[in-house]
Write a protein that binds this ligand. Sequence first.
Ligand code: MRU
Length: 350
Amino acid sequence: MRTIDWIPADDAEREPGRGFIRLVDQTLLPDSLVELDIHDLDVLVDAIQRLAVRGAPALGVAGALGVALAAQNLPADLARQAIAELREARPTAVNLAYGVDTALAALERGGALAALEAALRVRDADIAACVAMAERGTDALTRLIPDRAALTVLTICNTGALAAVEHGTALGVVAKLHRDGRLVRAIACETRPLLQGARLTAWELGRMGASYDVIVDSAAAITLARGGVDAVLVGADRIAANGDTANKIGTFAVALAAARAGVPFLVVAPETTIDPATPNGDAIEIEDRGGAEVRFFRGVRVTPPDATALNPAFDVTPADLITAIVTDARVIDVVAGDTPASDTPAARPV
Ligand code: MRU
């Protein structure tokens, strides 16, 4: 099963390129595995904003396929406006803008069919990138922790297949450790307020047959301090040129605790998550999702009725807390002073 894909329409042979987007509705997991068929760009933008599809790589593919959908369904002026709205649907993950821009450039060069071909290349590049990251990530762990045959790792948010197309980034590394018989246990931070760790990462770990525990986010520090974790593996929504990394809210606190405990902290993300135009973390826009997600828990109010709440969806982990950034093309030894910008830039996949 793919988290997100393009489904050719029944009449696609007569009209090449016609089709629609199919994606797993992640708001319903872990209780129901339901796929949504999306024929309109408005519906796609809504799915992105309510996190039916989420995770930086999946957002990149959604952005690219969304351009193909708009090009097929809308007159040029309306398509341009709808595509601009799609690009802005969520601000922090650079992959969304990357996916939109890549398919849009193809649309302007060669029309709707070219846009679809470019979008499918973004999808296929994501699948290949995740396989490469799993290889590089497990090799990097062997190099960093040579004395441990099998590892307990801690992660936050969901960086698995649900955050990409077929495999994940950080959780893809965990899955490979498990397949190789090198995973003792995974510890998944629940990831307040929307529980991507408790709902989605736990669901994926269970399906792969891995041993795991869910912890509340605030238990990460003591879990690390007590020596029960060999490495922290997280994903990224945007990596600045100096290595500062935006990821799900709570990641910065985990990085601080990992540094205090002397535990390697690895960011695993495709090259497309590196944004050379963003010099450092201060320049990364952090999505504000509004107070309701904090004040209510699955529809039940948990604060006084008139309480106000802050809800930044992401934080920025400074590069000096990151041991290494593992991409599909390279391992950037941040702890040794390398940055995404100073290290050899790898070719973009599309
Ligand atoms: O708000 P979300 O669920 O889209 O946040 C996702 C994350 O923060 C992930 O860690 C990140 O996108 C990397 S996914 C491989």
